[in-house]
Design a protein around this ligand. Sequence first.
Ligand code: SF4
Ligand code: SF4
Length: 463
Amino acid sequence: MHNSTQAKSAIFPYRYRRYIVYVCVAVIALSLPFIQINGNQIFLLSFDHKELHLLGTVFSVQEFYLMPFLLIMLFVGIFFMTTLGGRVWCGWGCPQTMFRVIYRDGIETKLLGLRKRIDNKQKAPDFSLMSNKLKKLLAMAIFSLIAFTAAANFLFFFVPPHDFFAYMSNPFEHTILLGFWLGIGLFLLFDATLIGENFCVYVCPYARVQSVLYDNDTIMAIYDSDRGGAVYAPNGEKNPLAPKKQNEANECTNCVACVKVCPTHIDIRKGMQLECINCLECVDACTSVMAHYNRPSLVCWSSPNAVSSKSKVRYFRMKTIGYIIVLAVIFSILLIVGSNKETMLLNIDRNTQAYSIRKSGAVHNYYTFLVENTDSKDHKFYFEILDNEKLEIIAPSDPVSVRAGSKSKSVVTISARSPLDSALEDKDLLEHIVIKAYAVDDDNIQVERKTFFVYPPAKDLRK
Ligand code: SF4
Ligand code: SF4
């Protein structure tokens, strides 16, 4: 299996395949905030409007019960991805790795010639030369355009793009947003141009946890020591018996092409290491070296079990199938809960005054109804009391208009028709009632909420 994979890698190196994936990821990330379904973003977590957009559906802050499902999916998804593909995210999808490729390989190496070769990432530029210092500054200036564009793009998932541009046309009135934009942009600039892969090795929390999720069927960059020869002893020290050059039993030429190309400065021949970001540059390097000998690469993208048993990688195993089932269950729950979303919300607050006795003898209770129209269309709402002939809503007399995605407060008065028939002689009576709120122009939009009505004592009504 990995022989055919290696043959493909020799024809079309992993580096170029990663570049294609990077372009796709960048196009998706840049365009996603601008794609709208029913006038809403595919994903937006707006603290400003207190709403979540998910696949074009808007959820208000009161419906954030969906967030735990999303977070559980995120974490289970990360566990699944790591068990199956190791640090595939780091090499193929992480913005940090993409920015480093753009900055180090694209701007510093190809554009400005500050570094000599992409395939030697160990050799740092000579900064004793003034020309190199100037090139470094120029490279940082060029990358700053990408850093601030990426920072704005990231913020588009929290502030809709049209709001962002409107706010930034008057930045000093929106200093918090400006601060976030500048802060994130400067961090990306500093990270990609100065911190580099040290971030992956020393800072990134994912690097700390990923190794516990690996098993012997997880795919990763792996050196075939059976073919190449054990260059390192099991304790990680250089093996004194390691072959100095290639022979029949030990195919590794010790050319260290796989070491020189490694952006995290490790030697993959030592075995799986925390620092490996799965960029597969070492696989490409060894593929080129071994091509001279008409042999497959000694470093391949495979699993320890597949390499030792010379068999196929086992993608489907108990652990990965378990993750797939858990993800499918959570996703189904998310779909069911999301599709049962209420298209209006109602909060009822009673006023502090329990009741008022009118000159006519009528008893009134007062409430504040907060109606939220979470639908994508404007609606008119009205209210009724369910299963209660003794009470009636006397204000407001007309339906309340609420624009799509907006809220409206109404002071509602409920009156008892014949309070003496219900009241107790010498103490208040509290009667539970159910209020139905509904859109007068759409039968499908309605909610019910419980509250109560208070009758004064009958002796007070007779006064
Ligand atoms: S060992 Fe280095 S070059 Fe090879 S995949 Fe890991 S990080 Fe990349
Ligand atoms: S590139 Fe291949 S042959 Fe060269 S040192 Fe690395 S494993 Fe050995």
